[in-house]
Design a protein around this ligand. Structure first.
Ligand SMILES: *Cc1c(COP(=O)(O)O)cnc(C)c1O
Length: 231
């Protein structure tokens, strides 16, 4: 068996074990394989091993790989420049990184043009880190509420990239706060706003993320090994 096959088997097992402890079904947690810098052949290998959803953080990579990868669900998980929305609007299943109104305006405009509503998650900067994008935790509710008039944008939940900590236990409080923010907004029952997906947890901390309520995890390194960044 190849390394990718082994890795996916291990992760699925880990998801199943964690879900079992929580009294959840493993299908309730969606695994997104993060394929940035990974070449199409290896992505297709992951797909052959049951991966149905892949995440990229750059528009260019989605465009480069789009026709080379077996039909699959694409997720935009990285910072999205407004002028690049038009390239991916008809390609992605879910945009995880809505973090400003100007971006919502552009998504609305492009989605209207192809007459197709687009599912989005609102990105939250849960660690309030200078280097990360996302809405501040205290402002998420107002931001989500402000998205209601956007008829071609369907808010489906929240996403975060938590601060990196060697010990995933140190990330737990951030995930816990995310879940609180998520539940608080859900309880408001805003018309047109669905709090269905909580996208959080990566290679180092996905298990803790699931324990704290993630139902989408985004895993790259644990599937494909370390990334090699080329110029
Ligand atoms: C790269 C990336 C991941 C996956 O990170 P790994 O540590 O390799 O699992 C998840 N989410 C986002 C937004 C990323 O950019």
């Amino acid at each position: 068996m190849s390394q990718i096959t082994d890795n996916i088997t291990d992760i699925r097992q880990e998801i199943a074990d964690t879900c079992k402890k929580l009294g959840k079904k493993p299908e309730e947690v969606q695994l997104i394989a993060v394929t940035k810098t990974i070449e199409p052949e290896r992505i297709n290998e992951a797909i052959a091993n049951g991966i149905t959803d892949i995440g990229e953080n750059k528009v260019q990579e989605i465009m480069d790989k789009y026709t080379l990868v077996s039909p699959i669900n694409w997720h935009m998980i990285g910072h999205l420049q407004t002028n690049k929305v038009k390239y991916i609007i008809d390609k992605v299943k879910l945009i995880h990184s809505l973090d400003r109104i100007s971006l919502a305006e552009e998504i609305q405009k492009r989605a209207e043009r192809i007459n197709r509503a687009v599912d989005v998650l609102v990105q939250v900067n849960i660690g309030q880190e200078e280097t990360k994008s996302g809405i501040e935790p205290d402002e998420v509710y107002d931001f989500v509420a402000a998205l209601r008039p956007f008829s071609y944008i369907q808010v489906k939940g929240l996403m975060t990239v938590a601060p990196y900590k060697e010990d995933p236990e140190e990330v737990r409080p951030y995930f816990n706060t995310m879940k609180e923010v998520f539940e608080r907004i859900r309880a408001k029952n805003l018309p047109g706003i669905e709090m269905k997906y909580l996208s959080m947890g990566m290679t180092n901390d996905y298990k803790v993320a699931i324990e704290e309520g993630a139902n989408i995890i985004r895993v790259g390194t644990a599937i494909f090994g370390s990334r090699i960044y080329r110029k």
